[in-house]
Write a protein that binds this ligand. Structure first.
Ligand code: NAI
Length: 393
């Protein structure tokens, strides 16, 4: 029997520089008995050259429709797009029925994509849907990429800021350290805090989850107190809940006084499946210091800053608002290195006797399934009953 055939295409989404398999994970796939084909130039922008894939044992091919059609498993970074290599045809259209597609498929946002994928009877696994359980930590691509975004957000801010980050004692006198406020101290926010601290800034952070206070303080930053209200921000799976309008208004009031003193604001606040909460309204931006820089990492989910625009740098008075939609793609080597490991860890759980098996009893597979067997699974997964063991008791 022929082994599972994996195809690693070159990403064609605008400005996407990452790749879903690296020579390291190609070797692991081959060792697991898979056949691996890589599109020429797939890893080039992430500094993984064709020769390295070849040395790892992959077969290099042009990104023709045949390469897509021959695949049992396609690993991607972004969801399928119309491709020049396919004569303008959408990548999802050339995959054979029943093939497995893995990538960041934006399940919360793409009803149309869900319908297209299920009409093609593809088994699509969305990296965003991998459940946050201990066994799945190695597959947690949201975290590996969020951490990179948090790190890079600080460097972007620092490079635009007309000031130093650290406190400096010079012969010409003292330079005050930059003040950084981080909104949302999850994976991205904590890495932003750590990076800003390493550069010497004074850092404060806000989050709606109580548990975060200790993590923020252990990084040497100050936690901005939460509104004194009954509501608690902890939601399912370690994520935040959507807070009431009254809570958010009170939070904006408390945080506002910190924001107007800030040199840099990094916003990362997200609520799964919902529009990002607006935490930096226009009037606060207008009251901020000239030269201040806001980096809005939630811009693709609608933005935490009222004035941010995805893919644009916006100037409001003296304040610069950076709305980069994909900072991990600006650190493509390490972003790909980690993402490829996440992807392979997920794919490896599907392998049984060198075949791909979609086991709906498996908590990770069931959680990550976006479409399968002509059915859009995501809504069902969201409303799924608890795992069998729990339901039986
Ligand atoms: P996320 O990207 O969904 O959200 C980012 C942050 O924004 C979160 O900390 C959230 O609480 C915060 N936020 C939401 N609404 C806010 C508001 N109105 N104001 C201020 N902050 C707000 O979450 P992320 O970063 O992916 O994960 C959050 C946490 O989940 C992590 O810090 C970690 O504790 C936990 N986690 C657990 C994992 C596991 O058990 N395997 C894996 C990854 C994360």
């Amino acid at each position: 029997v022929a082994g599972v055939r994996v195809f690693v295409p070159r990403e064609r989404a605008p400005a996407e520089t990452r790749v879903a398999a690296t020579p390291e994970t190609v070797k692991q796939m081959l060792a697991a008995g898979l056949e691996v084909t890589v599109e020429e130039g797939a890893g080039e922008r992430a500094c993984f050259l064709d020769a390295a894939y070849e040395r790892a044992g992959a077969k290099l091919v042009a990104g023709s429709p045949e390469a897509w059609r021959a695949a049992d498993l396609v690993v991607k970074v972004c969801g399928p797009v119309a491709s020049d290599a396919l004569g303008g045809v959408d990548e999802a259209e050339v995959l054979r029925e029943g093939a497995v597609l893995v990538g960041f498929l934006a399940p919360h946002r793409s009803q149309a994509l869900a319908e297209r994928l299920s009409a093609r009877r593809l088994t699509a696994l969305a990296m965003e849907l991998v459940p946050r359980i201990t066994r799945a930590q190695r597959m947690d691509a949201l975290s590996s990429q969020a951490s990179i975004a948090g790190y890079k957000a600080v460097l972007v801010a620092a490079s635009h800021l007309p000031k130093y980050f650290p406190l400096l004692m010079t012969a010409a006198g003292t330079v005050k350290p930059a003040r950084v406020v981080v909104m949302g101290a999850g994976v991205a926010g904590l890495q932003a805090i750590a990076t800003a601290k390493r550069l010497g800034a004074v850092v404060e952070a806000s989050d709606v989850r109580e548990a975060v206070k200790e993590q923020v303080e252990s990084l040497g930053a100050k936690f901005i107190p939460l509104p004194k209200m009954e509501e608690r921000g902890e939601g399912k799976g370690g994520y935040a809940r959507e807070m009431s309008a009254a809570f958010l208004a009170e939070q904006r009031r408390i945080v506002g006084s910190h924001l107007v003193e800030a040199d840099v604001v990094i916003t990362t606040a997200l609520v799964p499946g919902k529009r990002a909460p607006v935490l930096v309204p226009a009037e606060v931006v207008r009251a901020m210091r000239p030269g201040a820089v806001i980096v809005d990492l939630a811009v693709e989910q609608g933005g935490n800053c009222e004035l941010s625009v995805a893919g644009r740098d916006v100037r409001e008075g003296g304040v610069l608002i950076v709305g980069h939609p994909n900072l991990p793609a600006t650190v493509p080597y390490d972003a790909s290195l980690l993402y490829a490991r996440n992807v392979w860890a997920l794919c490896a759980t599907l392998l049984r006797d060198k075949k791909l098996v979609v086991d709906l009893e498996d908590e990770i597979t069931r959680g990550a399934l976006f479409t399968h067997d002509g059915v859009v699974r995501y809504e069902m997964a969201a409303a799924a009953p608890p795992p069998r063991e729990a339901a039986a008791g």
